[in-house]
Ligand binder design. Sequence first.
Ligand code: SF4
Ligand code: SF4
Ligand code: SF4
Length: 461
Amino acid sequence: MSKHEYETVRVPIEDDNPAIVRDNSKCILCGACKSVCKFSQGVFGNYSLEKTGDKAICINCGQCTLVCPTNAITEVMDYHKVKEFVKDPDKIVIFQTSPSVRIAASELFGMEPGTLVEGKIIAALRKLGASYVFDTTFGADLTIMEEAKELVDRIKNGSKLPQFTSCCPAWVNFIETFFPEYIPNLSTTKSPILMEGAMIKTYFAEKMQIDPTKIVNVAVTPCTAKKGEILREEMNSSSKYHHIDSLRDMDYVITTRELALWLKEEEIDFATLEDSTYDDLLGRGTGAGLIFGNSGGVMEAALRTSYYLLTGENPKDVFLNYQPVRGLDNVKVAEVTIGDTALKVAVINGTFQARKFLTTLKETNEQYDFIEVMSCRGGCIAGGGTPKTEIPLPDEIKLQRMNGLYQTDADSQLRNSYENPDIKELYQTFLESPGSSLAHTLLHTSYVSKKQMLEVEKMIV
Ligand code: SF4
Ligand code: SF4
Ligand code: SF4
């Protein structure tokens, strides 16, 4: 009998889904999960359970968790496992926090949306037992260094364009499943948490003379899809570097909501915590890295560094507040000229819109150079692991969270990834240069078509 036969109202979920899980006893069969999966994410309704061999297709975006009124669907909880590791004296538990966590977490503790609570998050993680706390914004700067170099190389060498961003794992899952013909367009750069994870277990471990097998890498993120991303077989570059089979670059991902649950269980009073600061070496990010959390942020950050790579000069002020790629519009298109290079770029909000965009692109063959896609509308500030203060999450709150990150970028002393002193030192003392052989080994990845999942019956025949 088909295990999903009765899923006429709800979205079907596999038992081994690494990102989301459903407690059937809490489900009131409202159908909100199915609607968001179909009409916001462009997944449900775009495959047939008959053809997949009764296997549910999921890109792990977690948007269904945000709309479920009874919390029947949640992220797969991993914080209990991390809790055990922080008690183990033989383990070195290293946390990193994504850009939008420091903005969105405030709502879980009764503060105004958009309030920056970076110092309190770091203090909270130290109280929970962190050995070190780093900023994924450093990883975001590193992603930009490699991704902008890749873009400039593709433009100069006449290679495959447009280049698509690859830092959203749900978008990568979407491309691999539904549009694998665009895999050559995906940037090969890893996402910020995986870059940072690889650097912690190689560069940082060597500098600090730490046995990498003792490190437990934990990312605190707004994202459920990253729970699946860290399990990808190829995310083991530290294992290749050290020639140790069992090493994974990242060990756990916990969401902003999981962190809040953990703090409540430990009765830590978040609001009264004294601010702390990130640890050295991998703990500093620029404003460009911070805005990764917003739709359009990766594009804006990449344009700043591409400007530098193409002209040798700092980007003009317009790229420090680049309005054409900001906001919640479905598709944001801009034409930019950098030196003597004209670029056409697009930013797409959500995979439903990406499906429409790619379908049209295949027909029109319109020429673009660089395209950013984030699976969650608004970007990671509206990720599947962010606070559920209202259902559905109002645009007003999304914009408040976005503005919180843009304001923090505007207030930053350093706003370009290539200016980050820790990034400079990393390249000077370890990686050599963006796109170097070692950078490729540790910071780049590859993709595979999963289209066969949509048509299992054909494979059996
Ligand atoms: S996680 Fe995303 S793709 Fe998976 S069922 Fe939920 S909404 Fe659909
Ligand atoms: S949104 Fe939640 S309660 Fe509604 S059908 Fe889906 S799982 Fe059930
Ligand atoms: S937009 Fe951000 S939070 Fe949403 S799936 Fe992509 S990376 Fe995760």
